[in-house]
Design a protein around this ligand. Structure first.
Ligand code: LHQ
Length: 255
């Protein structure tokens, strides 16, 4: 069976990391499968993407038994992890990390690179890196810092403390925690809701928030004005206004 499975249900594409006996740890095949899945997700018919894991893990980070695949660590990161992290940020549509279980190391970085994290109550989050004498990579410092703020991010990432799903929720790392039995159904429902939204506006909102991290107020105002002009010219805006006036739910088409 493939190390990464890509399926599509309506406008939702699901990418499932599929090495359950290794808690879906990354190896070359997982990187390649994820890359292919993210490439397919560029299809305009796809309006929401879910990344999840098979079995009891989301992803345990780098496969430590196949570490030999990467004799030059810096080059290895650049060639494997980086393109996928950048591809998630470049997708102009929402990417949900459906954190079904254990989430560690570069698996934590992957979840944090996504736009939204929903966690099963059986999931837990652990830095991993410091546990084996490494620094956070694959965007771990970038995203965790932004999600939690520097003091909490540093304290956590230097401690290797296991966060329960409830703690992750309290910290704002996960937007929602769902009972394990109801998790899949809730993810399906949530992804379908997002996929029925005004995808271009949601995608541009993502771009704006990413830009806001480094922009000045003047630059941000300017980009907002530019992208609002694009949004205001979209079919979905016309539909949104018509639906409001006609007092009916909008039927967005992502166009
Ligand atoms: C694994 C793994 C794993 C292989 C569980 N590899 N088998 C990038 C590239 C360059 C440099 C290196 O760094 C990176 C980025 C990184 O991601 S570094 C961080 C790598 N990840 C870790 O250090 C986490 C290692 N795993 C753990 O600490 C634990 O397994 C966690 C806390 C994730 C889960 O603990 P448990 O729930 O107690 O499960 P377990 O430890 O029993 O694991 C289940 C199985 O999965 C087990 O195999 P076995 O044959 O004994 O059943 C583990 O060996 C295997 N597994 N993580 N990363």
């Amino acid at each position: 069976m493939a190390e990464v499975e890509v399926t599509r249900e309506g406008a939702v594409q699901t990418i499932t990391l599929n090495r359950p006996d290794k808690l879906n740890a990354f190896n070359g095949a997982v990187h390649a499968g994820l890359r292919e899945g993210l490439k397919q997700a560029r299809d305009p018919e796809v309006r929401a993407v879910v990344i999840t894991g098979a079995g009891r893990g989301f992803c345990a980070g780098q496969d430590l038994t196949e570490f030999g695949e990467m004799p030059d660590v810096g080059a290895g990161l650049r060639a494997t992890y980086h393109p996928n992290v950048l591809a998630i940020r470049a997708l102009e549509k929402p990417v949900i990390a459906a954190v079904n279980g254990v989430c560690a190391g570069a698996g934590l970085s992957l979840a944090c690179a996504c736009d939204i994290r929903i966690a099963s109550d059986s999931a837990f989050f652990v830095p991993g890196f410091v546990g084996i004498g490494l620094v956070p990579d694959s965007g771990g410092t970038f995203f965790v810092h932004r999600l939690l703020g520097a003091p909490r991010a540093f304290e956590w990432m230097s401690s290797n403390r296991r966060l329960t799903a409830a703690e992750a929720h309290a910290w704002g790392l996960a937007s929602e925690v769902v009972e394990a039995d109801a998790f899949e159904a809730r993810v399906t429902e949530y992804a379908a809701e997002l996929a029925a939204g005004p995808t271009r506006a949601i995608g541009m909102t993502k771009r704006l928030f990413d830009n806001a991290d480094t922009a000045t107020l003047e630059e941000q105002l300017e980009l907002e004005a530019q992208l609002q002009a694009v949004a205001a010219a979209s079919e979905d805006f016309a539909e949104g206004v018509a639906a409001f006036i006609e007092k009916r739910p909008a039927q967005f088409r992502g166009a």
